[in-house]
Design a protein around this ligand. Structure first.
Ligand SMILES: [Zn+2]
Length: 97
């Protein structure tokens, strides 16, 4: 099952990074969404704080996605050129049980 969730506060972001699973998607009303590694250095507390807390997610938001493929399907996200998340092309049926 394809899964994504919006990250609404810094504590949630911190927990996801500690878990080190999945990917982060940053959406922006002015640019295409970008998918990053969950622990990428291009994700900073300052930019999260600005977008989510200060701007109140009006110009975009942060989401967690279980895979790059999910991020691509759900947000049309492009892979970050800085942290280069891997592209795992696994058929969704692999996870059916
Ligand atoms: Zn990145």
């Amino acid at each position: 099952m394809a899964e994504t969730k919006e990250i609404s506060d810094f504590d949630e972001l911190r927990k996801l990074r500690l878990a080190d699973e999945g990917y982060l998607v940053i959406t922006d009303t002015a640019r295409p969404a970008i998918v990053h590694r969950v622990n990428a250095r291009c994700i900073t507390a300052d930019s999260f704080n600005l977008k989510v807390v200060i701007n109140g997610r009006k110009q975009g938001s942060y989401f967690w996605a279980e895979s790059v493929a999910t991020a691509s399907h759900a947000f049309g996200a492009k892979r970050c050129k800085v942290c280069k998340p891997e592209l795992f092309l696994v058929p969704p049926s692999t996870f059916d049980s």
